[in-house]
Design a protein around this ligand. Sequence first.
Ligand code: CP
Length: 324
Amino acid sequence: MTEHPSPVAASPAAVFAHRHLLGIEGLLPEEIVALLDLAEEAVSVSRQVEKKKTVLRGRTQINLFFEASTRTQSSFELAGKRLGADVMNMSVGSSSVKKGETLIDTAMTLNAMNPDLLVVRHHAAGAVHLLAQKVGCAVINAGDGAHEHPTQALLDALTIRRHKGDIYGLRVAICGDILHSRVARSNILLLNALGAEVRCVGPSTLLPRALDRLGVSTFTDMRKGLEGADIVMMLRLQRERMDGSFVPSVREYFHFFGLDAEKLAFAKPDALVMHPGPMNRGVEIDSAIADGPQSLIREQVEMGVAVRMAVLEALARNLPNGGA
Ligand code: CP
């Protein structure tokens, strides 16, 4: 870790003044830190026997997921309930979307029921931004195509900060299918904003050319990319977004880019391993590493609830009559 102090001081006065959370792009470092600090309080609340707060009492939260989710949807539901909101999970599979209703018509229909917070996941990049322009409530991007997944990056940052003390100066290697990953994009933006050194590691077919513009270095040799890393963040091969073949075979992919003990040894001895989930064991990560002492994967899930509580609370403060 760097000897220099972080330039982003946590400040009790820092505020998150946005109406929506559509991405990490556009957030100031101090706004990110304000959300992480608020999430720390939510970690404490979530570890108590009595997990209820009342900051969202009377508020209605709708979770609208057009794509499959285990972690994000369930943690947003728990987060809203822990803050006292009425939470509705919209089941898109059995909704009128199946009869041809568009995203915007679906959103406008739900908007007419006066929700306060709308959590949206959609397979198209930019869909959540479009929707946010049409509705009267606060909108949270729970993942839009290969574009952004801001609450994933925030929960990853919270997890890292709790173990390393600060993000500034850390070397973070993000490995795997960067090309199709909204998690990678949001993490690159956040980690850069907080002063980490970000490396992207993967086969050239899965490293987008635009990475240079995002201020990261790229590696096609996993061992070189992991050298001296404080954090190793593994990503799934996102086959559902692949149009064609990007890797010769899963077996070969694991041989060159799967994280096992031999490759992890190139990172720092106290390096920590992360994965946003869902994991494909034996494809991008060996089970011994995923379940081993350096893994933070289960803790990331816990931090997911805390971060989503923080985001809901921060946005609720900015609602009309939000008590900000
Ligand atoms: N990390 C993540 O977004 O997981 P889910 O797809 O299960 O929500």
